[in-house]
Structure formats: C-alpha cells, structure tokens
Design a protein around this ligand. Structure first.
Ligand code: AHR
Length: 503
C-alpha cells in the first residue's frame, strides 16, 4: 500500500483561481465544428443548426473561455471569408489539415453558439500568411460599435452590438516548422510587437497572448521565450504554453507522471518571463495562457489520419478522434492539478479541443453525443475549484520513471473558496498496482463536513467510452472516506483520479 499525507491550511494561498483556467479550444479541424457542434438536420439541432445535446454537454463541463478558430488552421485563414451572406462565402483549401473549409460557420455563428453555451470568445489572428493590417481589420470588425467601414459591415451582416472580444492570440505556434509562415524567434518577436502595438492603438483594453513554444521539447524552447518576450514584454499580457502527452512504447509509468513535465514546463516559462522582466526593469508581470493542453496520440495522426493528394481535400474528415481510456483521464486530471498548483501564474488555459477532435465530447452524425473519460475530471474540477489554490504540504511515497526520474506516487492540490466556505481536494494515484492510503490534515479549516468524494478508476485501465458502450466509464462514489477530528483518510485505487468536496 502506498502512503501519502497532506496538510491543508486556508491561510496559505498560492493565488486566486481565474475562471479562464477552465477554457477550451474549438478549431476548424476535422469534425470539431462541422458534424460536431454544428449539424443542421440532426434531430437535436436548433434553428441555427447547432446540436442541443452538445450544447448541454458543454454547459455541464463548465467551460469558461473558448479559443477560436485555430490552431494551425488560423495561420492560413482569411477571416473575411467567414462573414457575410452564407451563400457567397468561398470554399477554401485548409493547408494545415489538408481539408476544405466551407465557411458555413464563421465568426457570427460561432459567437451565437458561445452565447448558448455561456462561454467567452478568445480570438486568434493570422500571423502566418497575413499580418498587422488583417489583425486590425478583424479587430475593427469585432470591437468598434459602428460608424466605420468594417464595423458597419458587421452591423449589415446582422450583429448590431460589437462582439467586444477581450482576449487575442497573436498567431499560433509560430516556432513550429509545420506552421504556415513559420518564423524565427527574432522575426516573430518583431511582428508580434508591431501587431500588439497596433491593436492596442485601436483598443487599449485588450488582453494579448504572444506565442511561446509549441512544446517544452522544441529545440528552441527557452531561448524562443526569451527572445520573443524581449521584443514584446511591454506589449503583451500572456505568453502561451502548449503541451500534449501520450503513452509511448508501453511506458505507462512515465505517462502517468506527465504532470511532472507540465510542472517543469510552467516553472521554466515563468523563470524566463521573470528573467526578461528583471533585465528590462519592467514593473509588470507576464502570466501564462496554457492555451493548448491534453492527451493526444500524435503518432496515430501522422500514421493513420494524415490526408494527402492534390485532388483530395475532404470537408470535415475524421481527424484526431482519439478515444480516451481511464489511464488517459487520470493523466488528464493530473494535468488539471498541475494547472491549479500554478494558479498564481497560469491565469488562462484552453483544453485542446472540445468536440470530436482530441475531445471530451464525441458525436456521431445523425447519432448520439457522449462523454469521453476525460470529460469527468474537467467538469468536476471546473465546478469545485473555486476561490484560491492553497499551498498544501504533501509527503508521498515515490517511485521511479524512465522519463521523469523519481516522482511522487500520489499528487494532489487543494482549493478553498472564502466566500462559500467550500474546500476541494484533487488527488491522483499513479501506482499501477497498489492502492494509496491518504491522510489529509484539515485541522486549520475548523468544523468540516464532507459533501462528496468521487473517483475515476477501473479494473481495466484502458477502458473507454465508445459509440457502442457510451457509459462504460464514469465517476464513482469513493466509499472509503472517513472524517474525524479534523482528519480525512481515504483510499485511492491504482491509476485513479479523485475529487473531494468539503464545506
Ligand atoms: O490541437 C491540434 C493542433 O495542435 C493545433 O492546431 C496546433 O496549434 C497544435 O499543434
């Protein structure tokens, strides 16, 4: 049996939890938009063609901000194609995903869908094949109330009030050689600084995200952040991080410890941003927008999904439709723990992505929508993690991994909401064979009532929810929890994620 001990004290806070930590990402990629959240003719489609079953699931997840429309897609996107009368919108090649973009869903339709799900729009501008002028045009179209060519065009296109978009990404993964218009750190830093300055001249209240590395394992990682921030420090508010994890070569132990890599990634980017702050003598602090994170079996995309052929540009092909296992969801839950632990500096994050494409929600055309295993940790964390992250003291048994060396077998984070008096604790057991006995010292919280204890685990760690078996995996009440004398003790099954809720 693995042993771990936690001490929680509401007087020691890491920082407030920004709701934007529970954001997601919708890209025009595969069946995320078309045959995903949008399917006119589906039995659950509303008059605008949006699937109400998907809307209900997105609401249940509690998604705050949604990054749109890409991703790699945005680096070849002409935003003007996606507005105006639908009948005249052009069909375009999407070079990023070797598909055809019909532009049937664009800015207006997506914004309307966001109102239905209750999420905020976060827009990305194309700094791959376009630049400052196109970014300014889109901003004028979106945020100027009326009285100029582009704001009046928006009104003519049916939207009287401005979209009022606050958060903007200055391109996407510009460090990646696969990106259309890929740039060196120096060149991107200059373009990003010019674009940010111009956009702020139009609307000083914007919150701008500059591209960090597309992974901590890029050869330019670290130096990219330093150079880009040296150019843009005073112009932006956030630097982005992207990270995807997968089980490789049957090494489940390393995969289960992926959050160790995410912790190090965040801490390295914070250190680099603070280094640029020190060198430039700036009084402001740059935070992280972790605007792509998830489990993603990238090799499957490269080897199975990848589309090729000069005459082959399908509309909404099945791409990146990973089916997630219990082990994937446990890793996913531990990535959420990592984001929460760094709530003082990670103040925005986007789960990549939302529907069908490496997604917590799957749909079948003309058929049902269902929750993948990863849906559960997201929805529960989004609901319970309010207020501030607490500085917890954690001691745990450890084990060895090939990729990350010695790691804690149990990892955990706690949150506390001073307004509601609610406390939540999120835990993972990374052992593949042993249960973990965890003791949590809550003495500093005073009188505590246990509201709920939910665990995600399964005898078969590769169990999944699929079209054939949509409810195979779900949360289960953890009946091992005992509360007495300011101490909670509970047992975590091997390869499991757990959320406790206390009042
Ligand atoms: O989320 C899938 C892709 O991953 C995005 O388009 C890109 O930004 C990243 O490489």
């Amino acid at each position: 049996m693995v042993a771990a001990r936690l001490t929680i004290d509401p007087n020691f806070s890491v920082g407030p939890i920004d709701r934007r930590l529970f954001g997601a990402f919708v890209e025009h990629l595969g069946r995320c938009v078309y045959d995903g959240l949008y399917e006119p003719g589906h039995v659950s489609a509303d008059p605008e063609g949006f699937r109400e079953d998907v809307i209900e699931l997105v609401k249940e997840m509690g998604v705050s901000t949604i990054r749109y429309p890409g991703g790699n897609f945005v680096s070849g996107f002409r935003w003007e194609d996606s507005v105006g009368p639908r009948g005249t919108r052009p069909r375009r090649l999407d070079l990023a995903w070797h598909s055809t973009e019909t532009n049937e869903v664009g800015l207006h339709e997506f914004s309307s869908w966001l109102n239905k799900v209750g999420s905020e729009l976060m827009l990305a501008v194309n700094l791959g094949t376009r630049g400052v002028q196109a970014a300014l045009d889109l901003l004028e179209y979106s945020n100027i109330p009326s009285g100029t060519a582009l704001s009046d065009l928006r009104v003519t296109n049916g939207k009287r009030d401005a979209f009022g978009v606050k958060m903007w990404c200055l391109g996407n993964e510009m460090d990646g050689p696969w990106q259309l218009g890929h740039l060196s750190a120096d060149d991107y830093g200059k373009v990003a600084s010019q674009t940010a300055k111009a956009m702020r001249q139009l609307d000083p209240s914007l919150e701008l995200v500059v591209c960090g590395s597309s992974s901590a394992h890029m050869p330019t990682f670290g130096e990219w952040e330093r150079v880009v921030l040296t150019h843009t420090y005073e112009d932006v508010d956030y630097i982005s991080c992207h990270a995807y994890y997968e089980e490789k070569n049957g090494d489940l132990a390393s995969f289960l410890a992926s959050a160790v890599d995410m912790d190090r990634f965040i801490e390295s980017v914070v250190a680099t941003a603070d280094h640029v702050k020190a060198v430039s003598g700036s009084g402001k602090t740059i935070n992280i927008s972790f605007d792509e994170w998830n489990v993603w079996y990238i090799d499957r995309y490269q080897q199975v999904d990848r589309i090729e052929g000069i005459g082959n540009w399908p509309v909404a092909p099945r791409l990146l439709e990973d089916a997630y296992s219990v082990a994937d969801a446990v890793v996913f839950g531990s990535l959420l723990i990592s984001l929460l632990k760094h709530a003082d500096r990670v103040t925005s994050a986007s789960l990549a992505q939302l529907v069908n494409v490496i997604a917590p929600i799957m749909t079948e055309p003309g058929g049902p929508a269902w929750r993948q295993t990863t849906f559960f940790p997201f929805a529960l964390t989004s609901r319970l993690a309010t207020g501030s992250t607490l500085e917890v003291t954690l001691t745990s048994d450890v084990h060895e991994t090939v990729l990350y060396g010695t790691v804690n077998t149990v990892d955990a984070v706690a949150t506390h909401d001073g307004e509601t008096g609610r406390t939540a604790v999120f835990l993972v057991n990374r052992s593949q064979t042993e249960e973990a006995r965890v003791t949590i010292d809550l003495f500093a919280l005073g009188d505590v009532t246990l509201l709920d204890a939910q665990t995600l685990a399964d005898e078969y760690v590769y169990a999944k929810n699929t079209l054939a078996e949509k409810d195979r995996v779900g949360l289960r009440l953890n009946e091992s929890v005992c509360l007495g004398d300011g101490v909670i003790s509970l047992t975590l099954p091997p390869v499991s994620w757990t959320a406790l809720s206390l009042a």
